[in-house]
Design a protein around this ligand. Structure first.
Ligand SMILES: Cc1cc2nc3c(=O)[nH]c(=O)nc-3n(C[C@H](O)[C@H](O)[C@H](O)COP(=O)(O)OP(=O)(O)OC[C@H]3O[C@@H](n4cnc5c(N)ncnc54)[C@H](O)[C@@H]3O)c2cc1C
Length: 470
């Protein structure tokens, strides 16, 4: 469908530039005061998204006597954690195919650790009574072009050999569940993904942290780290934290460890949400299993039902802005909304006339291997985890557990993994970074239109282990 067609654009007439998850939610916690003056801690965590809050929570669970402080420049969940699609996936490697391409020998272990991680998230949500609409409904990845079918079949076989339990659905089987004329087949993973309300998850983690005695300061930006001898000094907006250990969970924002910055590119991803579907509209698409959905192109959409049966529809058209800055103005992109709306109506033509009510964007911390990496600084007294590349709702818990092991000097099954020991290849400096990403995006778009055939540039990138994804 043409994304300039006025019949598409009228579906966007009433869209508000707002996060659906934040719409007058009674579960939003009260804000926390900023840190004024100096304080001390055993562990200071910088950033109150999932990575930071899981780090604080796991630190307290491992050792309740540990004094833990979190400093957040804005408010809890202000970054990607409060604005994502809520796909809480067992994958630690941004999908099985990407993991296999990079860590083939360890993939069986990584997949098992990923499933254990998702189980542990479910258990934590139950233990602390976190109300985040957790539904372990699984995920369906659909082929929308014939060339995608073989890859899905191969993945089903390979994953089941490694202990996963996934299924191939042919066109009739997938269309009988969710009615779209574009679906040609699918990979169904009944257990490897849960859906959550992402903002409620981050707020619930915040409450759980506070219940264990973690102190959280909002409106408190960490400006720099200083070596104070037997401790580190975190210099903040109006004060300092003197801490034995510092965990940096700052995602796309400039890392306090400068050498980490070259590995990450902030890439903007956009999402639309419809008005709640009527029972007739819902019946017209089926979807009784409420699975998380995505498609199998190199550029992919992700979509799901919300608690009030609106459809969240995002992905596909991701944007890297020259210079790699994180800016409020990048969070709105009308041309992407039009493209997303057109793709939505191609997928669900029976929903012609439905209104989109919410639209927003957010930055993803893309790295060249599309999966998290870790690093240490100040002789191991500071550590960071970054690079989740659009799949961090669940893997941030794993990222936090590894970061704590690194800070505590623990040699574990986790810290022995190649993905933990090795970093991705860095992106080149600007203007090469911009050119590299744009050329790669252009090539990916061509591959999607060209029956999946990767051009010479993408094949070279594959050989070098470099890439770009969202
Ligand atoms: C639109 C969108 C959709 C997505 N959908 C999904 C999805 O469905 N499933 C999935 O698995 N992943 C998804 N993701 C990715 C996922 O949201 C992230 O990987 C995850 O939230 C990262 O968590 P984080 O805690 O590392 O980062 P963030 O949530 O960004 O937290 C970092 C925090 O650090 C704070 N901070 C930064 N610098 C400083 C400083 N110097 N001092 C103090 N505070 C600082 C920031 O303000 C921020 O609150 C999506 C992302 C986006 C943007």
């Amino acid at each position: 469908m043409d994304d300039k067609d006025p019949s598409i654009l009228r579906h966007l007439r009433d869209v508000q530039p707002q996060l659906w998850w934040l719409d007058e939610d009674p579960l939003e916690p009260a804000s926390h005061s900023a840190l004024i003056g100096d304080t001390t801690a055993d562990l200071c965590v910088v950033g109150a998204g999932y990575s930071g809050l899981w780090t604080a929570l796991l630190a307290k669970e491992r050792d309740p006597s540990r004094d833990v402080v979190v400093v957040e420049q804005r408010e809890t969940g202000a970054g990607a954690s409060g604005r994502n699609g809520g796909f809480c996936s067992a994958s630690l490697t941004h999908g099985f195919g990407n993991g296999m391409a990079r860590f083939p020998k360890e993939m069986a272990t990584i997949e098992r650790l990923g499933r254990e991680n998702l189980d542990a998230i479910e258990a934590t949500i139950a233990r602390y009574g976190i109300e985040c609409d957790f539904e372990r409904t699984g995920e369906i990845r659909v082929a929308v072009a014939p060339w995608q079918l073989a890859g899905l079949r191969d993945e089903v076989a390979a994953r089941n050999r490694m202990g996963d339990d996934v299924e191939y659905l042919d066109a009739d089987e997938v269309r009988s569940r969710i009615h779209s004329p574009t679906f040609l087949g699918a990979l169904y993973d009944p257990d490897g993904t849960a859906l959550v309300d992402p903002a409620r998850l981050v707020w619930g983690l915040e409450r759980a942290c506070i219940s264990l005695g973690v102190r959280i300061y909002e409106g408190t930006k960490a400006d720099r780290l200083e070596d104070g001898g037997d401790h580190l000094v975190v210099h903040t907006t109006y004060g300092t934290v003197r801490a034995h250990r510092v965990a940096l969970a700052t995602n796309v924002f400039p890392s306090l460890v400068r050498s980490a910055r070259k590995y990450v590119a902030p890439v903007y991803d956009y999402t639309l949400v419809t008005e709640p579907l009527t029972s007739e509209q819902l019946a017209s698409i089926g979807w009784a299993g409420r699975e998380g959905m995505s498609d199998a192109g190199f550029q992919f959409h992700y979509y799901r039902l919300t608690s009030d049966n609106s459809i969240l529809w995002g992905g596909y058209d991701t944007v890297y802005n020259y210079g790699g800055r994180v800016r409020l103005e990048y969070e709105v992109r009308a041309e992407t909304y039009a493209k997303l709306a057109a793709h939505f109506l191609t997928t669900f033509p029976q929903l012609e006339g439905v209104r989109f009510t919410h639209a927003w964007g957010g930055a993803i911390d893309t790295c060249s291997r599309f999966s998290p990496f870790w690093g240490r600084a100040f002789g191991g007294r500071a550590a960071y985890v970054l690079g989740f590349t659009g799949l961090g709702v669940a893997s941030t818990r794993f990222g936090a557990a590894v970061m704590l092991d690194l800070l505590d000097g623990v040699d574990s099954e986790l810290t022995a993994l190649t993905m933990v020991r090795r970093k991705p290849l860095p992106f080149p400096p600007e203007p090469l970074k911009y050119l590299f990403i744009r050329l790669t995006q252009w090539s990916i778009d061509r591959a999607d239109r060209n029956d999946g055939r990767r051009n010479a540039w993408l094949r070279l990138m594959d050989r070098l282990g470099l890439g770009f994804d969202s």
